[in-house]
Design a protein. Structure first.
Length: 191
C-alpha cells in the first residue's frame, strides 16, 4: 500500500486516538489507539524512529555511533527541518473503500520491525475476541523516515490533546504526600 495521507485525531467521547491512513489507490484504514496501547507504544516508536533517522542520514556518520542523547538531539534537529517543509494544511480526504470495514480496528498490539532498506514496518493487530469475530483483523504499513516523522508529529499533537502523555512521563504529585506515599524517590542533594 502506498500511503497518500495520514490523519491522527483524539476523540474525547471515545477517549481514544483515531488513526486513519489513506492510500493512493483510494483505500482507507481506520484504527483506534487506546491509552493503554500508547503507553507502551509511544516510547518504542520514539526509540525506533531515532534509530531510523540516525541510520538513514549520511551526516550521522560524522557524529559517530553516539550515545542515546546524541541520537535524540540529532533526531530533534531533523524534526525541525522536516516540520518546516511538511504539508499539514491539506485537508484529509475521506476514501470510499474501507477494506477493514466501517468499524475501526481496535488495535490490541503493534509489531514494529526495522527493515534493511531504512523503512519501518508497523503491523497493527486486533484480537478476534475484541469484536467477537471469528478471525482477527490486521493491517501493515511501511514508513520511510520522513513519513514516520509525520506520524510521530501527528501522534504527539493528539497525545497533547488527550493529556495522556503527561502520565507517561512522571507520576502525579499529590500535595501534602511524602515521597514514600507517592512512590517517588526522595531528592538527593550533593554539595
Amino acid at each position: 500500500m502506498q500511503i497518500h495521507q495520514l490523519s491522527v485525531t483524539y476523540q474525547a467521547e471515545q477517549d481514544r486516538i483515531l488513526l486513519r491512513v489513506n492510500s493512493i489507490g483510494g483505500e482507507e484504514m481506520r484504527m483506534w489507539l487506546t491509552r493503554r496501547l500508547m503507553h507502551g507504544l509511544w516510547p518504542l516508536l520514539g526509540k525506533l524512529h531515532t534509530d531510523q533517522v540516525f541510520k538513514s542520514e549520511p551526516s550521522a556518520s560524522a557524529v559517530g555511533s553516539g550515545d542515546e542523547e546524541t541520537k535524540r538531539l540529532f533526531t530533534e534537529f531533523r524534526k525541525e527541518e522536516f516540520l518546516q517543509k511538511a504539508d499539514f494544511d491539506t485537508p484529509y480526504q475521506d476514501k470510499p473503500k474501507l477494506p477493514l470495514g466501517t468499524e475501526p480496528l481496535l488495535v490490541t498490539d503493534v509489531d514494529a520491525t526495522p527493515l534493511a532498506n531504512g523503512r519501518l514496518r508497523l503491523a497493527f493487530n486486533e484480537r478476534a475476541s475484541v469484536r467477537g469475530a471469528a478471525k482477527p483483523r490486521g493491517f501493515q504499513m511501511e514508513l520511510d523516515p520522513k513519513l514516520m516523522q509525520g506520524l510521530m508529529h501527528l501522534l504527539e499533537q493528539s497525545l497533547a490533546r488527550s493529556q495522556w502523555r503527561d502520565a507517561f512521563a512522571t507520576p502525579p504529585v499529590i500535595e501534602g504526600a511524602t515521597a514514600e506515599e507517592t512512590g517517588a524517590e526522595r531528592p538527593r542533594y550533593l554539595n
